[in-house]
Every structure is written in C-alpha cells, then in structure tokens.
Design a protein around this ligand. Structure first.
Ligand SMILES: [Fe+2]
Length: 352
C-alpha cells in the first residue's frame, strides 16, 4: 500500500507553483490507456557476503518485483555494498547484469559512504573502524565503484571539467542528475565517513550543465546518497543526540545545495542514507528517501519508491511487500497480529 504521494508539475507542460509541493493522496492503480514512464527507486541494499547474505535475496526480490511491474529505469542511491569490498561490488554488478538492467538506459547508481569507506559491522569493529578508515584510499575506492557499474555511466553528460560528478543521463522524460555526496575522511568534519557534502566543484558543474541546457526538455531529478532532513525532526528535543547527528550524520551546506537545486529547476531528489522510506518536502522540492528498502530497522517489509511521469505530472509513492524468506519469523508474527487485530472476537459480542 502506498504510504505517501507527491505530485509535481513537469517543466514546459504545467507551470511550476511558487508554493511548497503538496503531498496529496492519489489513485493506486496504474492507468491502462497511457502508460507512464516509471522509475523504481531502491537504496542502501548493503550487500555483503560476509555479514548480510539475506540482503542479496532481498535485492533480487525487489528487482524482480519492480521489473515485473514495468519499471523502465532503476535507481540505487548509494550503499550498494556494506563493506566497500570489491567482491561485493561485483556481486552487485552480477545481480543487475542477470536481471538485464546493467545498462545506462535501465540503471543509475551513485556511491554511498559504505561503498567508499565500509563501516563497522561487529561490536569489535566499532573500536577499530576510526583508525581503519584513515588507511582507505578514497579515490581508488570511488574508482572501484565506478568501474563496477561502468556500463551505467556510458553516454552520461559531464560538465566542462570532465569530472565524474555531476553526470546527467537523459532517460525517458527525465534527466537524472547524479551527485557524489561522499567526501574524503577528515578528523574534524568526517571522522566516521558518514557525513556528506556536495563540494563546490560539483556545484560549479551543476551550474555549467544547467547553462548548457543538459535537461532543458526533460524533468530534472537529482540522485544523491545523503538526506536533506534531520533524524531529530520527529524526535523530542535531545541536545546530545542533535550534536551527535550534526557531527556524524549530516549533509553539510545542504541549504546552499537546496537553493542551487531550486535555481536550476530540479523537481525531485532521490536519496538514501537514513534507513527508512519516506516522501517529504523541503522548500517546495520533493524528496524521496529509499534507504529503508532492505535495511529498515526492524525489517518488516521490503520497500521501494516508484516515480511515474505521465502527461506532464510526476507522481511518487512508497510501496511495500512481504519478505518471503522471513516467513518463519517476522511475517508470521505480523500476520498473527493482523488476524488478531481484525478478528471479530475483538468487537463487542452481542448479548445472547
Ligand atoms: Fe546505508
């Protein structure tokens, strides 16, 4: 069932509203007359043969589902793997190759912090990771990620600098703009590798691409790993937690980036990083987080976002599905709860 929707006007077809993008309810069924162009958005699969073998099953299920439902293009917004292990990157590559979508026209990927730095996965790793991360060759790990998915970058439009990011891919009615939000390690600003920033060179590249008309006849949608909202948005005020978040889980200079994205006409942002799926609004721009697709905590359902473009409108929603291989655990418990909750025995019983 859809959790939320957003409807955004496409450029040149309907005027852009100056007011914040409304999140409105809409019909569930896909229209049968004019088929929309569909992007399926999944994020943070965190593949790892060593630690999370079940994530591979989940990704295959999600991929099969979205393709059976007619997705024209698949977006993975980072953390494809969990340990930055090249074997896991190529495992991921094989999943998409076997599904027939390891192709620029069918798949778009951007790196997440785990693709570059990995992360602690056992209690003991928490102690060793801060020193381990300093030894990582940042540039070669980025290159490894791009090599693993080289086919998906073929034909991408680059700025005059020729840098890998930003890139623009014109797919269907969309112009997908890929950004790298993973900066190098820094003791002061990125001690765990989890903070993000889109640096000034990429900002200059974005402005260059905008000036060159890279997406003038398409719907520009940004793909980036980091989030634009706060973990503490919905939580009771907690100064310590806010300080931890600001130091380790923050997209730095995001207000500036948001302003630039609006100036260059971006209509939506697909991202990951915070492990939950949601659609939200920031200053009139629609954001879709897909990071709870596989790694939501606790994992009760697989999730994916779909973005349909039909007749000039962009409609987004979050979909969920059961996890078949968890039948003996989570799903059985949940199913029992559903039956219990809907049981007539919970209703007031007529007096005989
Ligand atoms: Fe992640």
């Amino acid at each position: 069932m859809p959790m939320s929707w957003s409807r955004i006007a496409a450029p040149g077809i309907a005027p852009r509203s100056a007011t914040p993008t409304p999140l409105v309810a809409g019909p569930e069924d896909r229209p049968s007359v004019v088929r929309p162009y569909r992007i399926a958005h999944v994020s943070d699969p965190h593949l790892s043969r060593q630690y999370y073998r079940e994530h591979l099953k989940s990704l295959k299920i999600l991929l099969r589902t979205v393709l059976e439902e007619g997705a024209d293009h698949v977006v993975i917004s980072g953390d494809m793997v969990s340990t930055a292990d090249p074997d896991d990157l190529y495992l991921a590559r094989e999943v998409f190759a076997k599904a027939g979508v390891l192709d620029a026209s069918r798949l778009t990927v951007v790196p997440g912090n785990h693709d570059v730095f990995g992360g602690p996965h056992r209690a003991v790793d928490v102690l060793s990771f801060p020193s381990h991360i300093r030894s990582i060759d940042y540039h070669s790990h980025h290159a490894m990620f791009r090599d693993a998915f080289a086919e998906t970058f073929e034909g991408a439009i680059r700025s005059a600098s020729g840098a890998p990011y930003p890139f623009v891919k014109r797919v269907g009615p969309f112009a997908l703009i890929g950004l790298n939000s993973i900066p190098p390690w820094s003791m002061r600003q990125n001690i765990l590798g989890t903070n993000g920033i889109v640096d000034d060179a990429q900002i200059a590249g974005l402005l260059d691409l905008a000036a060159s008309g890279a997406w003038e006849d398409r719907l520009p949608v940004v793909v980036v790993h980091h989030h634009f909202n706060d973990l503490t948005d919905d939580a009771p005020s907690n100064g310590l937690w806010r300080k931890i978040e600001a130091r380790t889980m923050r997209l730095r200079k995001r207000r500036k980036l948001l302003r630039i994205l609006k100036e260059i006409g971006v209509r939506a942002v697909l991202h990951g990083h915070i492990h939950r799926n949601e659609v939200y609004d920031r200053s009139g721009l629609a954001f879709l987080n897909g990071a709870g697709s596989i790694c939501d905590d606790p994992v009760r359902r697989l999730k994916y976002n779909v973005v349909d473009c039909k007749e000039g409108s962009l409609v987004a929603k979050v979909r969920t599905l059961d996890i078949p291989y968890q039948e003996s655990t989570v799903n059985r418990v949940l199913r029992g709860r559903r039956v219990f909750a809907s049981s007539a025995s919970l209703e007031p019983q007529p007096q005989s």
